[in-house]
Write a protein that binds this ligand. Structure first.
Ligand SMILES: [Fe+2]
Length: 531
């Protein structure tokens, strides 16, 4: 190649590199870029926020995308912008860790993406205030099952103007195939999942996220609010732990490979910051000196295998001694590295320490009332559990109840922070409990979120749920209130001296038309147990 030709090619390459929006190789006539899945933002810190989008279709090996952040929705005043590339290895997902100038800290900002002459939707987000705000409002939720119902509760969060930040505590999606768990109404509601089989391969996980993210209410939620998410089991598969899961069998390949697929798809689709190892999801966020937020992984990183309570039944007879003996053996949930991190992050100078994590923390015992009811009203697999009702035998060893030694360690690690609020998802029902350690020291308040759409007690127990809720409170001394009837989300209005907790419920997930129910409100005063 002569030197003029080489020089020409080099200039051409440079020109291509600096064109503001460009597709490599040059866009073909058939290539139609679209931002079908909208936009999302997440993991806001005091300086940065993750901006996300995804491009369709994928006719090109690599796409260069421009991103813009503005203080106005007409983008006349750009705060910051840049370019980023995506390709088929990332499944054309786009993620930017945008640094937001100080003067816009904590303020509403607008963002969008541009490629191939097309614009994405405009999203709104903000960084977390570095100065102490008078008040900060968090919505938290979990267990959003697409085939089980419409995401009306997501729409409610998106429309709630007070909400500054959304925490998703996991079960953002479910792995089951069509016809599996919670899908009996899916066809009639037009909510059949893709793929129709259980998700196992990377392609399966990617397609399932695409199904969920086609939902207009979830799209709206991501477009309007920043989200901080952690996974629970169903982002992998049911009742997963570090090296396996209840719903994983050998014919589905190795669990390690399945976990790798699940992690890759999670990071492609969720507006979460990428840093080294994908499996270390625990992280910390601060709002002035009002809130120290710690997001934990009690599900996957170091969790030891759950005890299988079924093994302690012979027919309807339960071997209580053997069960309690095994339950009290040391079993890891957070693991050493996460514990050390947690200890280094707890800080008594914050007014509130909030722990976003997956599973219920406080002890939960089956209510006495189950002993006096007609079994025919319940599914047969529950009959033998009636013998545990009214006794102090934890019935769900997949929760912290299955890891009592680790729970005491957790309590010890967070004891020195001021006013602990421990948030939980996973159970599909709403809970509010005081937490005490074995020596009766007050540790904090646990708030369990209802599901967005996954079945809860009412879907199994029907009208009996009201009595069941009442009996749960009678049979669990630290439980203040519970609700197994409604789906929705929890709102926290956080002030320096108190937090108002609102359980926001909707009337139905089976129709798009629904009513907002009257919220159930509680006030938590700093450092005080609830009565
Ligand atoms: Fe769930």
């Amino acid at each position: 190649m002569n030197k003029y030709r080489r020089k020409f090619l080099k200039s051409l390459a440079l020109l291509l590199l600096f064109l503001p929006i460009r597709i490599f190789p040059s866009s073909s006539k058939e290539s139609v870029i679209s931002f079908k899945y909208g936009v999302a933002s997440g993991d806001p810190t005091n300086t940065n926020v993750i901006l996300w989008t995804k491009i369709l279709p994928m006719g090109n090996p690599e796409i260069r995308v421009r991103w813009e952040v503005s203080s106005s929705n007409d983008f006349s005043n750009l705060i910051t912008y840049g370019h980023v590339r995506t390709n088929s290895r990332k499944d054309y997902s786009v993620k930017v860790d945008a640094k937001i100038p100080k003067q816009f800290n904590g303020k509403k900002i607008y963002y969008r993406f541009l490629a191939d002459g097309k614009n994405s939707d405009i999203g709104t987000t903000s960084t977390l205030p570095s100065e102490n705000p008078n008040n900060f409002n968090i919505a938290f939720c979990s267990c959003s099952n697409y085939p089980a119902g419409y995401f009306n509760a997501y729409k409610e969060i998106a429309k709630n103007k007070k909400i500054d930040l959304v925490l998703h505590l996991g079960d953002y999606l479910y792995e089951y195939g069509h016809g599996g768990y919670a899908s009996k109404d899916a066809e009639q509601m037009g909510r059949v999942v893709n793929p129709k089989h259980e998700m196992v391969s990377l392609d399966d996980y990617r397609k399932r996220y695409a199904t969920y993210r086609s939902d207009p209410d979830l799209k709206l939620l991501h477009q309007t609010k920043p989200m901080i998410s952690v996974w629970d089991d169903h982002e992998f598969t049911n009742d997963s732990w570090q090296k396996g899961a209840q719903n994983h069998s050998k014919d589905e390949g190795t669990f390690a490979n399945r976990k790798k697929n699940a992690l890759k798809a999670y990071y492609e689709w969720m507006p979460i910051r990428e840093k080294g190892r994908k499996d270390k999801i625990w992280r910390n966020f601060k709002v002035g000196n009002l809130i120290n937020l710690m997001m934990l992984d009690t599900r996957s990183y170091k969790r030891d295998k759950q005890l299988d309570i079924e093994r302690y039944f012979t027919g309807n007879k339960f071997n209580k001694t053997a069960y309690l003996q095994d339950l009290n053996k040391p079993r890891k949930l957070l693991g050493k590295e996460q514990f050390n991190w947690l200890k280094s992050k707890t800080d008594s100078s914050f007014k509130w320490s909030i722990f976003g994590q997956q599973i219920l923390v406080g002890p939960k015992y089956l209510p006495k009332i189950l002993r006096n009811v007609d079994k025919v009203n319940f599914p047969e697999y529950l009959h033998k559990y009636i013998s545990l009702a009214g006794s102090e035998i934890p019935y769900n060893p997949d929760q912290w109840d299955g890891y009592p030694k680790e729970r005491e360690k957790f309590y010890k690690a967070i004891m020195n922070s001021q006013s602990n609020l421990i948030l939980a998802g996973d159970s599909h029902n709403s809970w509010l409990s005081n937490l005490f350690d074995k020596k009766e020291n007050f540790i904090g308040i646990e708030i369990g979120a209802p599901s967005i759409s996954s079945p809860n007690f009412i879907d199994t127990f029907g009208e009996f749920t009201d009595s069941l809720d009442k009996s749960f409170i009678d049979s669990n001394k630290d439980l203040i209130w519970t609700n197994g009837k409604n789906k929705g989300y929890v709102e926290l209005n956080i002030f320096s001296e108190y937090v108002d907790v609102k359980f926001n419920f909707i009337s139905s997930v089976k129709t798009k038309n629904y009513k907002r129910l009257k919220p159930i409100n509680f006030r938590i005063n700093q450092g005080k147990a609830l009565s």
